[in-house]
Design a binder for this molecule. Structure first.
Ligand SMILES: [Zn+2]
Length: 162
């Protein structure tokens, strides 16, 4: 899989984002957001991140604040908070990115494709009619036209608004 226009990838290659040093969902503890870690929102129940390796513009990740691996580890309150946040994320992305639809889901365990299986997380991927999948399938090329920093700057005020 090749990805076009990915200036942030050099940071990854150069090891500047500290991925190796720990869990991305547990980064910047105690801070409500972090541009460096792409954390858009945090409260006692959950955290919302932008995916550093997105399938599409606005690809978000929602995870419980606690470092837990399985659905059965979640309390009823955490489940309810996460469900409400998935709805809120879709509402925000409709406003900022005007998608035609979404893929929203969970990969449970490495065998199911979870990149970070030790910390449960949901993916929210905005979709547009005629978006990149056609190109991905045919040419193994993925186009991400908007830089992650720009997307972060557009989304952060929405998550800060109550
Ligand atoms: Zn974690």
């Amino acid at each position: 899989m090749k990805t076009l226009w990915t200036p942030w990838r050099m940071e990854y290659i150069e090891g500047k984002n500290g991925r190796e040093s720990g869990c991305i969902f547990c980064a910047a503890p105690g801070q409500p957001h972090s541009a460096k870690d792409l954390i858009l929102y945090r409260d006692p129940a959950l955290v919302v991140l932008m995916n550093r390796f997105p399938y599409a513009n606005g690809h978000l990740l929602v995870a419980p604040a606690r470092h837990v691996a399985d659905l059965c580890n979640l309390s009823a309150e955490e489940n309810a908070s996460i469900a409400a946040m998935l709805t809120r994320c879709s509402t925000i992305l409709r406003k900022t990115h005007n998608p035609d639809g979404f893929n929203i889901g969970l990969n449970l365990g490495e065998v199911a494709g979870a990149g970070l299986a030790s910390h449960l997380h949901w993916h929210i991927v905005p979709r547009w009619h005629g978006d990149h999948n056609y190109m991905t399938v045919l040419a193994e090329v993925r186009t991400i036209p908007e830089h992650l920093d720009n997307t972060f700057a557009r989304l952060l005020p929405e998550f800060q608004a109550q």
